[in-house]
Design a binder for this molecule. Sequence first.
Ligand code: SAH
Ligand code: SF4
Length: 419
Amino acid sequence: MNVNDSEKMRHILENKGFVYGTEEKDADIIIINSCAVREKPQDKIFSYAGRMSREKIIIVAGCVAQSEKEKILKRNPNIDYIVGTHQYYYIDEIVEEIVSRRRSGVKAGFTRKWQESVPDIASRTSLVSGYISIMEGCNNFCSYCIVPFTRGREKHRPFDKIMEEARYLKSKGYKEIILLGQNVNNWEDLEKNMKFPALLDEMANEIDVKWIRFITSYPGYYDDDLIRIMATHPKIARNIHFPAQSGSTRILKKMNRIYSRSQYLDIIKKFKKNVPGISFSSDFIVGYPGETDYDFKLTLSLLEQVEYENIFSFIYSPRKHTKAFKMDDNIKMEVKKDRLYKVQELQESIQLKNNRACIGHTLEVLVTGRNPRKKDEMIGRTESYRVVNFPSKTPVGDFTFVKIDHVGPHSLRGSEVIP
Ligand code: SAH
Ligand code: SF4
């Protein structure tokens, strides 16, 4: 989502004649698009901005800008301007104001309605995978999460605008579309009486790309129609990011997630039964206030039961504004670190086992880039999002087939098979 927001800002500025700089040292203006989900990345902004020369114009945008506002300017006089999550549509006006008057300021008000940014976004980082924002904000208020406070209440983008952007991406040769939002499966267009599965259905019917993906789905808003639509359209990639956060129902309740472990597992079971070849990835938080050894064991056993393709795991980080911030953060850092290590170790062994099962098989791969460390090698992704390295001259954006001969927990390697 942050990448997508940065692309939007870049596009707005390029339209006004600014030139995107790839070298930090040559830039006159630096925009830091910040993430506030955990404390560490937030702190990095200050050390980064502190290292910048005073000559440069420094703007902090994104979630930290939204939640900290003027405090950022007080803490670091090097920073010129604060632009909140609902204000970057005016980034050109803001930059012009700073350039002409060289004064600092804060723009961080919330807006209630969906704001359309320029639909023909040309300044995209990837020429293969096209992101489309379908919603903004979140109403779930999970007890640990700052997102509802930094991105505001949920706003859904109208169906016609989403389709307009999808047609544009198709016309530019994009091979996969990735629908973005904090709870994409809660998306709806009230005027058209459409819910998320209907959006996927229409998009898969009309837009001729290879894969349609969506991220993130909230397990609490699960719907039978989603399974039905996925089973109908092979174009909808058979891989869902489905963050569980914990394997313990007791902790899930404390987190204000509205599903239990068994409800979560039932949904996974239904998907696996009706959509052959489907796989899942997830996010997990360890060391949440009150998490016992037993709760943590339930997280490990969930990993074993679901056999995720991939997970992102985090040590709980107390965030101001949230409900959990007031809870007693009672677990020692060494215990948290040990739990994180155990989750990652178990997941690696699961990934290694699943990757080993690919040896000798030929997989279809979308070429997404060149291996920066080995010039004659390309990198690609499978439908389930596994990384594949292979010697090749096939251009980025093409599909190819790779016979797998070596694997590690995080990637596969093989040789290209030209049919
Ligand atoms: N909307 C998505 C998640 C967005 S934030 C969802 O509900 O799944 C991305 C991930 O950051 C979360 O899934 C969670 O695992 C992690 N996260 C959020 N707040 C956190 C916190 N305070 N400490 C540690 N991890 C956190
Ligand atoms: Fe945060 Fe929960 Fe909303 Fe995800 S669903 S963004 S974790 S409040």
